[in-house]
Design a protein around this ligand. Structure first.
Ligand SMILES: Cc1cc2nc3c(=O)[nH]c(=O)nc-3n(C[C@H](O)[C@H](O)[C@H](O)COP(=O)(O)OP(=O)(O)OC[C@H]3O[C@@H](n4cnc5c(N)ncnc54)[C@H](O)[C@@H]3O)c2cc1C
Length: 392
């Protein structure tokens, strides 16, 4: 059966669901979201969902601050749904290699209105007494940062969008894209054809496959990202801020069940390429031991901790570790993908940005211009205060 839609979104992760919500908020009628499995079944559902503000370009700082403000008001803005946002604060420690870059980053964040402060290692330890700080020479703190629940967030956006008239079709796979002359004409799905003039590729780790259907080559590499959930020894349990550590290259956040979530910040993960439909989802002993050892370097009490659970998800990584948000290829085809391991926290603001792109277009003055696909061919990749160190 053939139906029609004004806009079709491919992908029911945080990006697609947020965009559906923001399109509906703008009054766009007849929006359809297609998800091949169920909402948040892809990397979104495995996300650590940390909402840090530590970014190092003006555009990303503005996005993440807007996103934080959305998380804070999620219930009010989505008709009573919860994103499960917990304000824990965020601590970051560096050594002399990255000290200047971190200080410049904090100055930039402050200039954009983010509550980020430079603190001494001793002050960091006063905030989180379980920390070892001997090898840290500088630190910063964001009291407003926190983490959320990625499945709840996606479901909340989708439910609010549905209430405003968006059709959410789960268990519906896009199998082909049809052109009408030099523009988008229709998508073929496992549930039939949908005629449309506007198509958004928000398919995350599958986005490059969908791009190929219309001849758009997306420079996205899919790789494994490993997580360990470590149980605190009984005497050391208790709340803590998210701790990011650019010396041992890990990030952490509290996890329910008296655990701490530990993930690596290694650009080398890029070499661990993955097929998002068939990759090694567990961690081997070396991978678990490595994460536990690094966590115990920062929190020595974790020498008596144990890995309770470990899993891997997939990142969709671009050459500069920043997303591609653009309209390109056949007329009516847009992309919001390549979030390179940090798309969850941005999703409330990205949805708004993409909805504006689809309805109003863009000019080079708009922030979205920074995320254009052509930046790679132009040899103008996004670079922040950390230069070639691309993790923020
Ligand atoms: C382990 C892990 C930890 C992370 N931690 C953080 C973090 O702390 N903070 C942060 O900000 N980010 C984090 N990220 C990254 C963040 O989760 C992602 O950038 C974000 O969730 C991507 O959302 P998305 O909607 O763009 O893509 P996805 O979640 O990949 O969603 C794309 C959807 O498209 C669907 N799809 C694909 N092909 C088709 C098709 N042909 N037809 C129909 N549907 C299709 C898929 O099923 C999928 O559900 C983490 C990621 C992982 C894996």
């Amino acid at each position: 059966m053939t139906t029609t839609a004004d806009v079709v979104i491919i992908g029911g992760g945080a990006t697609g669901a947020s965009t559906a919500y923001h399109l509906a908020k703008r009054g766009v009628k007849n929006v359809v979201l297609l998800e091949k499995q169920f909402l948040a079944s892809g990397p979104t559902g495995r996300s650590s969902a940390c909402v840090r503000q530590h970014y190092s370009t003006p555009e990303t700082c503005r996005l993440v601050l807007k996103a934080l403000r959305f998380f804070e008001r999620f219930e009010e803005l989505t008709g009573g749904r919860s994103a499960g946002f917990v304000r824990s604060g965020y601590l970051l420690g560096v050594d002399d290699r990255l000290r200047k870059a971190m200080e410049a980053s904090v100055r930039l964040q402050q200039s954009q209105g983010i509550d980020s402060r430079l603190i001494t290692p001793a002050e960091a330890q006063a905030i989180e007494p379980r920390l070892a700080v001997d090898d840290i020479t500088a630190a910063c703190y964001e009291p407003e940062a926190g983490y959320a629940d990625p499945a709840q967030t996606t479901a909340g956006f989708a439910a609010a969008a549905r209430e405003m008239g968006v059709r959410i079709m789960e268990q519906t796979t896009v199998t082909g894209i049809r052109a009408d002359g030099d523009r988008i004409g229709a998508v073929d799905t496992s549930a039939g054809r949908i005629e449309t003039r506007q198509l958004l590729n928000a398919a995350g780790t599958w986005a490059h496959t969908l791009g190929r259907m219309v001849g758009v080559d997306l420079p996205i590499t899919v790789c494994r990202h490993k997580i360990a959930l470590v149980g605190w020894p009984e005497e050391a349990r208790g709340p803590h801020p998210m701790v990011y550590d650019f010396v041992t290259n890990i990030y952490t956040r509290p996890e329910t069940g008296d655990m701490i979530l530990v993930g690596p910040l290694d650009s080398e993960e890029l070499t661990d390429r993955a097929d998002p439909d068939a990759y090694r989802e567990g961690l081997n002993l070396d991978e678990k031991t490595d994460l536990l050892a690094r966590a115990a370097t920062r929190f020595p009490v974790l020498e008596r901790g144990a890995v309770m659970k470990a899993y891997a998800g997939c990142f969709d990584v671009t050459p500069d570790w920043h997303p591609i948000i653009d309209t390109t290829g056949p007329a009516g085809f847009s992309i919001a993908a390549g979030f390179s391991g940090h798309g969850f926290k941005l999703s409330p603001a990205i949805g708004e940005m993409v909805a504006a792109l689809l309805t109003d277009g863009k000019t080079p003055k708009d922030d979205v211009h920074a995320f254009r696909l052509s930046r790679f061919a132009e040899r103008k990749p996004i670079r922040g205060t950390y230069g070639d160190w691309l993790m923020c």
